[in-house]
Design a protein around this ligand. Sequence first.
Ligand code: SF4
Length: 354
Amino acid sequence: MVDATSPLEAVDTDPALVGGLILALKERGVEEFIVGDGTGYFNEEKNWLRLLDESGYKMMVDDLEKNHGIHVPLVNLETVHREEFPWNFGTIKLPSLCRTHVYINFAKMKTHAHTQVTLLCKNQKGLLSLADKKAFHLAKKYGNLHENIKELASAVRPELAIVDATRALEGTGPTTAPDGQTKVRRLKMCLGGTSMLEVDNASCQIMGIPVESVLHLSKVPVTIAPGSEPLVPAVPPFARPKSAVMVTDNLFLHMSETCCTGCQMSRSRMFRKIAFAPQINQRFNSFRQEHGRIDFIMGAMADESVEKIRSHGGTLVFFGNCTKKMAETPGIIHVPGCPPDHNDAINVLIGNSK
Ligand code: SF4
């Protein structure tokens, strides 16, 4: 559950599939269920509740309770008890639930601007505390983002790993983006197994994305269980993310690998609100027209990279507290917050319009 969007947008694992899995397990004698995630953006209670409403998860558990007598708590993993798990960088705090309960990892098939794909191994970032989610990107406390995801896959392993590819997302994910930057692919399939790595490898085959290009994955042989459909790559292959610079008219978005989910979500929600609220859209367009070129900078960057961007002569907008130090030059727009609230971010931008 990364964003408060409808299942039709293929951003979150479809709640209908999670509900179906619960019913199937109930039939086989399982008595207790918990559905949980740590989102990176919807951490506060009121935001978490909004996420559950808008993603369809609340409706799914209400239906299980009302029509099947199954009570399923929806747990914000940011709030649960954690304990130390050993891993390559010492120990890391993960939910105690991973030890007390059978853990099923149920991920959405998507492409991702930083990691090429987000499948099962990447989905495990949902187990991290908010502080560790940020640390995974900042590459100071542990390794770099790719090493961290890879090592986390050894620290904790699900007993069942499923990828929801009924509707999948291609382009510059992990959430829906305007102007055709992302597109939904209806593959109408799920992939499952007991090895996250093997299922991620199989998913890459379906997406037409070479495993070698995904830095957090190793290539492993894939074995198909008897009775399964063959692994036929999608035609055409999934559109790959544009990770360096995303350009929309005079807006140039530079997102460094150090930019975590918090700012990614805030930026995405900000542009969606601008696109769909006519009054805001009008004022934002005025802001755009007043500047020949606008460079949005997200995540900490080396001085040389900032200087290179500055040399284009555009107006610089630094997004989030990570960029505060780089923004200490007169005339530069800084959007504060960690992450910035998307409504506050809009106010900062249109407040800079004449
Ligand atoms: S400012 Fe943004 S990118 Fe930096 S840690 Fe906070 S949420 Fe993440």
